[in-house]
Design a protein around this ligand. Sequence first.
Ligand code: PEP
Ligand code: MG
Length: 562
Amino acid sequence: MADRTLHGTGATPRSGLGTVVWYDPEVTLPDPEDVTVDRDAESEQFAAAVETARAELEAERAATADRVGEDEAAVFDAHIQFLEDPTIEDAVETSIADGLPAANAVDNAFGEHIEQFEGMDGRMAERADDLRDVRDRLLRVLTDSERVNLGQVPEGSVVLAERLTPSDTAQLDPDTVAGFATVTGGRTSHAAIFARSLALPAIVGVGDALDDVAGGTEVVVDGDAGTLLVGPDEDEREAAAADTGAAVVDEAVETTDGHHVEVAANVGRPEELSAAADRGADGVGLFRTEFLFLDRESPPSEDEQYEAVRDALDTFPDGRVVVRTLDIGGDKRIPYLDLPEEENPFLGERGIRRSLDPDSGLFATQLRALLRAAADGAGELNVMFPLVATVEELEAALDAVDSAAADLDDRGVAYERPSLGVMIETPGAVFVADELAARVDFLSIGTNDLTQYVMAADRENERVGDLHDPTYPGVVRAIHRTVARAHAADAWVGMCGEMAGDPDLTELLVGLGLDELSMSAVTIPDVKTEVSETEYSTASERADNARLAATRSAVQTIIQDT
Ligand code: PEP
Ligand code: MG
């Protein structure tokens, strides 16, 4: 056993063994009392620093596009925009005019904006990281500070840091760096997203305990378990060194006895489409359209949504792309929509409930965009509705599709009706799965929410994290029931919750009869390999035993015996 185990959130389900290198990009600001400020000279220095920073960003953008991909490089465009933001520039100039050195003026002006972003929810809060990145770059130039070169850390390093900004992470070379761990950050922070797209072992949000791990210590980053093993033993070192992940499998896979299972990607941002294709996704099993609504001031237009969905269809010309209609509410808030505060947002106006709210107006626009994209994109569009709990909601959503088609007819615009489906995320939907399946082409089980509602365990609350586990018999039986009802109604059924991407559960899910498993791109090769090594007839028998088991430990014993 390791000397010490620290816990965080796994960002990439890979393990890496290496030696700690601390990354500390702090710069020291001048004390305004100690300097005589020549306002014109400081203002010129600021302008020159902006130019240097811009040149650096453009060079890093090009290098990242080369090494990681054009999509990942796009974050530098956002940095250049922050660098040129007139509000920030005015604030810097005002502070210089008030007598501050340029570096302190930059620190103040960015500080205010960073605070504003930190006060917002979800991914808007993560823009604060981008702003910090731009601020630190300017400060390094203005104070002539040496930049620690993350691109040249010794081979086999595990980088530890308070936080890593997008450009820090983009410098890491996955061929030499063994992994990283940060004090702050969540699964959706940019650093975590980059780590996943590079398949780099990583954990985030370890907390202050990370500060006690000295440089030069040997550690294992276990991104699967979300742990950092400090001073690992021989077995732990060997297991980590052996974890290279499965090779990419480009073709569709079937079990050893010829049962096909589609392995698809969950896509949060349009930029993730090409990474999904590179990792062998058969198609997209969940395109989270709410991300088109984030990081902006107003909703995307019908044309913007049409373009984004069409891109997805063109990335998978021979595949199936499942687009989920807007799923906001709960933990996903969009500041400019000004939604009412709710006491229990996870039990409030989420998902389809919000889309069907007559005040929303967003649903009709989105459906028109989807119907148009279905006609023009290369791949096969499927559209599904999130958080349905009743047949009435589904019927209202289907009526809304009819109305969108009628609007397009009136406008003389070409469209096609996509295949339609329902997400199974509530116990209510599980109990009427037969009725829902009779009205649509497919069901897709969202185990992140289904587990939280079946187990009454908030998916965000680590105090009940142990209960939020889809291998409890209550959840396994809900999945089994859904699959059986879907198949009886001739509908196909997939799974797009995190459970689908866990290679340890692949045999169970194949045995339960799921036709499609959809996950974040990094685990696609492992899951495809698992499917192709599974015997369907054996998996079905084991899944039957698992669904009849009384306890989680009994379910897990069956899974581990495989
Ligand atoms: C789910 O609930 O399992 C799901 C896929 O939706 P989200 O995680 O976006 O709520
Ligand atoms: Mg959900």
